[in-house]
Design a protein around this ligand. Structure first.
Ligand SMILES: [Fe+2]
Length: 427
């Protein structure tokens, strides 16, 4: 009874802290059931393995063990190879009564581009993993999916992404939907491992990563920062909540919708400096990820501070730098806007895409504002994922794949042209 009461209080506090800024309510249709993947490894075997790029030629390997093991990775380009070895660090965290496993973090490299590496983690020689490094130049294919969660729909989405032959995954926030229940982070790590151990998964945070509980847990992003460390120092950022990196001619900026973004904030100043450093000869494309969309014609999540005020403060910076695309999540549906700036069609503004339809347990946001705004070109409330393939310095394709009765159906596609190749958009 005491436990039930405690869970109820937690649920209330969480609901209040996360959704207090939702202005318009809406009914989400029922989602498929939540899945939970238990640990079937022994206590020193690596689990929840995922990788992320660090600089041009290194990879961070992150995994968890129940018991202490060395933070070492053996790797090479042939099966069973011990050609190279690297050592990193181990950490853990506490959240209320939960204590995490041993979270290991090892950066390996230098690595060759577009090359398959085999690797083993810690002292377990049984589980061998492999990944492919991204290409050094075009073409490069990104899978893009937000608000992923861990349901039967998530599984469907992941199967389609796995079959897409992608080079790197970009996730604009809301990963596990653990929502304070920390073992769900472990389950999520196991569910995504088959994909996230094979290709770099580059993520930014959403509101479900905050996990701050008034009076009980005063820190934000405790689990997210411990488990999903991204290469922020390498881009001059002092926070795991915003960073940038370059891959194959694309400059990718991950912004934090739920950390300070006002014009006197560290994030704003970092963004200004990061945009100023971009060399369009080296990276003709600029892609930005946020969680709360700046453009949205769904009735869900209208009028939120993280959408409206962040747009007010930062849109001019992105427009001035000729950012090509802004991907967002948060709204559990798909929507593609035209090139836009300050609410109007503008050929030199970014294309805004909401891709918050990964498959989480809250279901879809199926109500739209009528009539459809002129700047919104395609909108649909279905689960799915996106594929962004940058073909060369000037052209890329965007595809949205809907999970149609568990089949991956390409429902929307468009050719995009980079602003750097458009003389009319020269700065
Ligand atoms: Fe969200």
């Amino acid at each position: 009874m005491a436990l039930t009461g405690f869970v109820l209080v937690l649920s209330f506090l969480f609901t209040f802290s996360v959704f207090s800024q939702t202005v318009i309510s809406y009914d989400r249709p029922p989602a498929r059931g939540t899945i939970s993947l238990m640990n079937d490894q022994d206590s020193i075997s690596p689990q929840q393995v995922h990788i992320s790029v660090v600089g041009q030629d290194k990879m961070r390997i992150t995994w968890i063990t129940e018991d202490e093991t060395p933070a070492t990775v053996d790797y090479g380009t042939t099966q069973g190879s011990n050609e190279f070895s690297a050592t990193g660090t181990t950490s853990s965290y506490r959240y209320l009564v939960y204590k995490s496993g041993q979270i290991h973090d090892v950066v390996i490299g230098p690595l060759k581009p577009n090359t398959v590496y085999f690797y083993r983690c810690g002292s377990d020689s049984q589980r061998q993993f492999s990944f492919k490094t991204p290409p050094a130049g075009f073409p490069i294919k990104f899978a893009v999916v937000g608000d992923l969660g861990q349901t039967e729909w998530t599984n469907s989405t992941l199967q389609h992404i796995a079959a897409s032959n992608y080079d790197m995954l970009l996730l604009p926030g809301d990963l596990s939907y653990a929502d304070l229940i920390q073992p769900r982070w472990d389950s999520f790590g196991r569910i995504v491992e088959p994909l996230a151990s094979q290709r770099p998964w580059m993520v930014t945070q959403g509101n479900h990563e905050i996990e701050k509980i008034p009076l009980l847990h005063s820190d934000s992003f405790t689990s997210y920062n411990a488990r999903w460390r991204m290469p922020f120092e390498e881009s001059g950022s002092d926070s795991n909540l915003y960073y940038s990196f370059e891959v194959a001619g694309v400059h990718v900026i991950m912004l934090g919708s739920y950390t300070d973004f006002e014009s006197d904030s560290a994030q704003y100043m970092w963004l200004q400096a990061d945009l100023a450093k971009i060399d369009r000869n080296r990276t003709p494309w600029i892609v930005v990820l946020i969680h709360a969309p700046w453009y949205n014609s769904n009735t869900a999540h209208q009028g939120e501070y993280e959408s409206e005020d962040m747009k007010k403060v930062m849109e001019e910076l992105l427009y001035g730098a000729r950012v090509d695309i802004v991907f967002a999540g948060h709204v559990h549906a798909y929507e593609r806007f035209t090139n836009v700036y300050d609410g109007k069609v503008d050929g030199c503004g970014p294309v805004h895409i909401t891709i918050g339809d990964g498959g989480n347990r809250e279901g879809l946001a199926s109500k739209y504002i009528d009539p459809k705004p002129e700047i919104s070109l395609f909108r649909e409330a279905s689960f799915g994922h996106g594929q962004f393939e940058v073909v060369n310095a000037s052209h890329a394709t965007w595809e949205w794949h809907r999970n149609d009765d568990d089949q991956s159906i390409m429902a929307d596609t468009v050719w995009l042209k980079s602003h750097s190749s458009n003389p009319a958009c020269k700065m």
